[in-house]
Write a protein that binds this ligand. Structure first.
Ligand code: BG6
Length: 493
């Protein structure tokens, strides 16, 4: 059903995020009849701009988005677009001045409102303070006021705590929607569906049957134009406490009592609370040096990180991190969770691989236990979305030889549906007041707590950094992290 009427206010809405993701997502929702007829989009930003100019910018991007969509790409639906854009307006103003909020109040009037903070993190606190003092944050007469906050939420445990405390001066926790865009991905939501709506996986989902878990978020892109941001951030802050922790908690959490927002988030918080903060000896930080995609004539040469724009010559920022974490509870004791993420790797791939224990005994003379193909269940998050199960089967022929085979479920093929931006669900959920897929203060802080030792070591220059050639699999040291216990990363090719 269509969400209730209201205003959708985007602070920093002149930026990339709005064009590339928010507008296409809202448009998709509108195509599906999920946006109310009375839905106003108010963009607040500092640049000089007219309503028409803004709408034209959105139009340029949406065309591109529609044509790039998956299997059932269609032409832009002009009727939907016209209806949406009839209600877009631009408000020029500084995020730090009262007058901006006074003007905004006049536009929002007594409507429901979502305030989306698509701004640099340093403005989060100021904007929310102003929403508080201006009265815009106040919910009265059945009207809701909600705030969506992008990442990065703090830059370590202490700053995340401070920011949470600051927000809570002006807002109630029920009004705060902390985004982690990984939770908008279908395949991430599918982890719960797979685990909790099937009879065959959950009984095996424990230390008796699982040897270890590998979580990978490999990217081919380098730091691109974000050098200035990335230099002070690095792979750990950028990916681990948020995105990778979400994947980990979805994989490791207990079944919630219900799908109520707090029931789900309570379970996530519980599992986060039993993850030991990372030990430096269980972590590898890497930075890419020059390399190439492919070899020979076709090869594409790649610059090293330190040669990228806005990067210091002797930068110590990591563009790759691998770590081994322990989840200390009854279900997972002794099962390592290995995480890795990096830029400029061989392939773009995000996946969770559950490695099951080996069969206890080798019945097949020609195939000793260690040669048996291990059972691995891989949840493919992107770019191909699906699930594969690897197991052993008999190779055809007169002798009994075993080989590894794969059973595969492919999302796009089965459902014949193209990808969305991932923001549709998140925006819609916020409009209808469902916080399940948003981070709560404690889950954010829990993620930071796990990586805090790494951040401390970086701050005191005691975290070693190793190097890996761009375009390959990451640092050798990361292989050694697993080899110590006789394990191997799934190949990235
Ligand atoms: C963002 C990070 O949060 O996630 C980026 O800031 C990263 O550095 C991106 O590239 C990865 O998202 P996705 O959806 O492409 O896996």
């Amino acid at each position: 059903a269509a969400a209730p009427p209201g205003a959708f206010v985007i602070f920093g809405g002149g930026g990339d995020l709005t064009k590339r993701l928010l507008m296409p997502a809202i448009y998709n929702l509108a195509c599906n009849g999920l946006i109310n007829e009375d839905f106003r989009i108010i963009v607040v930003d500092w640049a000089e701009m007219t309503d028409e100019g803004l709408i034209q910018q959105f139009r340029d991007f949406i065309g591109d988005f529609v044509s790039k969509r998956g299997t059932n790409a269609t032409e832009l639906r002009q009727d939907v677009w016209d209806r949406l854009t009839a209600n877009i307006s631009y408000l020029r103003g500084s995020f730090e001045e009262d007058s901006t909020y006074e003007a905004l109040k006049e536009k929002v009037e007594a409507r429901n409102a979502v305030f989306y903070l698509a701004v640099a993190a340093k403005f989060f606190g100021t904007i929310v303070d102003h929403l508080g003092t201006s009265g815009l944050a106040k919910e009265e007469d059945g009207v809701y006021r909600r705030v969506i906050i992008e990442k990065p939420f703090g830059s370590d445990l202490e700053s995340a705590r401070a920011l949470n405390a600051r927000l809570l001066h002006s807002l109630d926790e029920s009004q705060i929607y902390r985004i982690d865009h990984y939770l908008g991905k279908e395949t991430v939501q599918n982890i719960m569906a797979l685990r909790f709506s099937n009879g065959i996986f959950e009984p095996l989902w424990n230390r008796q049957n699982i040897d270890h878990v590998q979580i990978t978020a490999a990217e081919t892109v380098g730091v691109e134009k974000r050098g200035r941001f990335y230099e002070g951030t690095g792979a750990i802050r950028d990916m681990v406490p948020n995105h990778l922790m979400q994947l980990l908690t979805m994989t490791a959490m207990e079944a919630p009592a219900s799908f109520d927002a707090d029931a789900v988030r309570d379970e996530k918080a519980k599992v986060l609370s039993v993850i030991q903060p990372v030990k430096l000896s269980n972590m590898v930080r890497g930075q890419y040096v020059s390399g190439s995609f492919g070899v020979g004539e076709e090869a594409e040469a790649l610059r090293g990180y330190r040669e990228e724009k806005d990067i210091a010559l002797g930068s110590q920022t990591e563009t790759y991190v691998a770590m081994k974490l322990a989840v200390d509870n009854w279900r997972w004791a002794g099962v390592p969770f290995y995480l890795r993420t990096g830029k400029r790797l061989r392939t773009r791939r995000t996946e969770i691989a559950i490695h099951f224990k080996q069969a206890p005994f080798a019945l097949f003379r020609d195939t000793p236990v260690e040669k048996l193909t291990p059972n691995i269940l891989v949840l493919h998050i992107q770019p191909t979305e699906g699930v594969t199960l690897q197991f052993s089967a008999k190779v055809p022929g007169p002798s009994v030889k075993l080989g590894g085979v794969r059973m595969k479920f492919d999302y796009a093929e089965w459902f014949n549906d193209g990808p969305t931006t991932g923001y549709e669900t998140l925006i819609y959920d916020c409009l209808i007041g469902d916080q399940t897929l948003f981070q709560r203060a404690d889950t954010i802080e829990g993620g930071w707590r796990v990586v805090q030792p790494a951040l401390d070591a970086e701050a005191s220059d005691t975290a070693p950094l190793c190097f890996y050639p761009a375009g390959l699999d990451g640092p050798r040291e990361a292989d050694e992290l697993l080899a110590r216990s006789g394990r191997r990363w799934l190949a990235l090719e």
